[in-house]
Write a new protein. Structure first.
Length: 402
């Protein structure tokens, strides 16, 4: 289940990831809480999320070309150092009750650094394990992300109440220092290097041409967009169900959020225990979770709805893990940074489009019908993806037969 941990470098990287993810979710909690407390507006909180995602939408494809040409360790060290400084500045601004606008500016800048750094993090992480263990390493990463989210969000509420919100940003700053120390401690001689782009294959446009010419990548990106946009924004639909048909209020929403978090951990464990993360597994998980989503709105009561969303949450993590594995293993090594950058851009676009769309569907038709409509759409997208992928597989076979 944890064969990737046999590598010393990956053990160090995974340990740093636990610290980093926990600190990141503490800061996310702190920022959202401060904005809500200062403004009393959920729209203002949504705006802070939007400004952090905008850089990914605008600059994502270009950030990957840097990771494919420059040693990712240099990018990571620069990015983590900048993040640490920004976290300290945010702590000072929150402590001095600076205007909300300044928090938005720093959030946008932090999002920009994350866009530049993201492909380098993915590329460097894949060098910490042999190719055969990459899927297992990504599964462990998904498990770490789920666990860190639970730890970060849970402990953040306690720390904010006892010490104050600025402490959350300072803890996050310290988590970046831990990553910097880890990168320096990793043995370069034990890394598994990836091919670097030649000058004629360098640049964002070359990466986009590579993606456009690969039918498998296009199929996976298109499916990922629909699944993330309509099948992954459960924070919206869970809140609508708890407030509406379930009549469970804030306490019920908290219960559903906890169940969903447990489901993501179970999904990470399932992905880590699988020997092969294939495209067929991806399509199967997408179809099952889509069908469950389509019927989830008809579940009887809070308990029934919780029982349905548990496997949906597990399936979402399994889908993400298999998707990331296939995108990396099925693309050219010297294009991996740009493929990861496109993936991040697609995910950001799906979130920006999907969350408001689901919210509108919930208000226009009701939460339960919205879940059914979204589930049917994601199931249809999965069927189309299977058809497209099957056509690509059959074409070379026909050519060989002729």
């Amino acid at each position: 289940m944890a064969r990737a941990l046999a590598s010393r470098n990956f053990r160090l990287w995974a340990s740093a990831d636990v610290v980093s993810v926990t600190g990141t979710w503490m800061q996310v909690f702190g920022l959202n809480w401060v904005v809500m407390a200062r403004t009393g507006s959920a729209t203002a909180v949504g705006l802070s999320v939007l400004v952090s995602a905008l850089p990914a939408l605008l600059l994502g494809p270009w950030s990957g070309s840097l990771a494919d040409r420059v040693d990712p360790r240099r990018i990571i060290l620069a990015g983590q150092s900048t993040h640490a400084v920004l976290a300290v500045v945010l702590a000072m601004l929150v402590w001095t009750e600076a205007p909300i606008g300044t928090l938005y500016v720093l959030t946008a800048f932090s999002g920009l650094i994350g866009v530049v750094e993201g492909p380098a993090l993915g590329r460097f992480g894949s060098q910490a394990v042999p190719r055969a263990d990459l899927g297992n390493a990504l599964a462990i990463g998904s498990l770490i992300n789920s666990t860190g989210r639970v730890l970060g969000m849970t402990s953040a509420g306690i720390i904010a109440a006892v010490v104050g919100e600025p402490a959350l940003f300072l803890i996050n700053a310290a988590s970046f220092v831990a990553v910097i120390m880890t990168v320096r401690a990793i043995r370069a001689a034990e890394l598994f290097p990836l091919a670097v782009s030649t000058p004629e294959r360098a640049g964002a446009l070359a990466g986009l041409r590579h993606v456009r010419a690969d039918r498998t990548l296009l199929t996976l990106f298109a499916l990922g967009f629909v699944l993330s946009g309509l099948g992954r924004n459960y924070q919206v639909t869970m809140a609508a169900m708890a407030e509406g048909p379930l009549q469970a209020g804030a306490a019920g929403y908290g219960t559903l959020s906890a169940v969903f978090a447990v489901g993501t951990v179970l999904g990470g464990l399932l992905a880590a225990g699988l020997r092969e993360l294939s495209v067929r597994l991806l399509f199967t998980a997408a179809a099952v979770t889509s069908a469950l989503q389509a019927v989830s709105g008809m579940a009887p009561g809070l308990l029934g709805f919780a029982v349905v969303i548990l496997p949906i949450a597990a399936g979402a993590v399994l889908i993400d893990t298999v998707m990331s594995t296939r995108l990396q293993l099925d693309s050219a090594e010297d294009m991996r940074g740009r493929v990861l950058a496109v993936q991040a851009t697609v995910a950001a676009a799906a979130g920006a489009v999907g969350a408001p769309l689901l919210g509108w569907l919930c208000e226009r038709f009701g939460p339960a019908p919205a879940l059914t409509m979204a589930g049917v759409c994601t199931l249809a997208a999965t069927v189309l993806a299977v058809t497209s992928y099957g056509a690509k597989v059959r074409a070379p076979a026909l050519e060989m037969a002729s």
